[in-house]
Design a protein around this ligand. Structure first.
Ligand SMILES: NC(=O)c1ccc[n+]([C@@H]2O[C@H](COP(=O)([O-])OP(=O)(O)OC[C@H]3O[C@@H](n4cnc5c(N)ncnc54)[C@H](OP(=O)(O)O)[C@@H]3O)[C@@H](O)[C@H]2O)c1
Length: 260
């Protein structure tokens, strides 16, 4: 009997989604790469019925770039309602969505408020689901460095940090999607926990960026007040393999090969 499954990746052209698509294809699964530019739109519902027909699982890694909280909340809640309704009609077994570690405690951050609206819509849907909450991606360090820079220095909140590689996030999502639904929340983080400042120093040093890095207990996370453990798992969690320093070495190596 074939163990090949049909899996729909909503946001399958994005950073995490494209990696999940590759892992699924390499394992012999039938994958639908869903994105609005591919005519499959979670927010409007366009193309969902055909895309989900015969699917075993949906992995939702769609994203919106906006700073407007009502827009973000509406995007994630409406998309989730559309997806889970279409999944129930098509008897899809499992809805997997990627959220952020600490979401429930970071509602002062407009983007995370949108992720909470997404989680709430999943939990209210009646569809079997798993919410995977990941920590910040290694690939997100550059955005963080820019967001926290001022006057030629980088100052970050005085909190714990445990970033993860997008490749490891994608692998975890695939493994969860092909397993039984948890009907609950699973945390996911990288292998190394350290101070945000220390990991930011590691990142900037590897990039040859000589700006000084400080920590400031008064800083929050994009509008949300934080405590020491706001961005890290506080209980059991799935663990990615790739430490930030190893990932940085791989990136530097890849860019040197490209230049050669
Ligand atoms: N960055 C982090 O550190 C971090 C940490 C934890 C969790 N996350 C979560 O990770 C998820 C994925 O992030 P990412 O960086 O991989 O995203 P990304 O690279 O920005 O990709 C977003 C994807 O969503 C698709 N999309 C947007 N609107 C859509 C719609 N209406 N219907 C269908 N597809 C749509 C995009 O394709 P089109 O434009 O063609 O539609 C694209 O494929 C996000 O939900 C984010 O909250 C991020």
């Amino acid at each position: 009997m074939s163990t090949s499954k049909k899996v729909v990746v909503i946001g399958g052209t994005g950073l995490v989604g494209s990696r999940a698509v590759t892992i699924l294809r390499n394992a012999g699964h039938d994958v639908v790469v869903a994105s609005s530019r591919n005519g499959i739109n979670a927010f409007t519902g366009e193309g969902l019925e055909a895309a989900l027909s015969g699917a075993d699982a949906v992995i939702d890694v769609s994203n919106i770039v906006s700073y407007d909280e009502p827009v973000i909340r509406n995007f994630f809640a409406t998309s989730t309602r559309n997806l889970t309704a279409a999944e129930k009609s098509a008897s899809v077994r499992h809805h997997v969505v990627l959220s952020i570690v600490g979401t429930s405690d970071l509602s002062g951050n407009p983007y995370v408020s949108g992720k909470q609206a997404q989680e709430d819509a999943v939990q209210a849907s009646g569809q079997d689901y798993t919410i995977v909450r990941a920590t910040q991606f290694h690939e997100f360090m550059e955005t963080l460095a820019e967001a926290y820079s001022a006057d030629g220095a980088v100052n970050v909140p005085d909190i714990q940090f445990q970033p993860i590689a997008a490749d490891d996030v994608a692998a975890a999502l695939v493994s969860v999607a092909l397993s039984k639904p948890h009907n609950g929340i699973v945390d996911l983080a990288g292998p190394d926990r350290a101070g945000f400042g220390e990991l930011m120093r590691t990142y900037l040093a590897a990039k040859g960026d000589s700006r000084s890095v400080g920590v400031d207990a008064a800083l929050g996370y994009f509008g949300a007040p934080v405590t020491a453990t706001s961005l890290v798992p506080t209980g059991a969690f799935m663990q990615g393999q790739t430490a930030l320093a190893d990932w940085l070495r791989q990136q530097n190596h890849a860019s040197q090969v490209e230049k050669a």
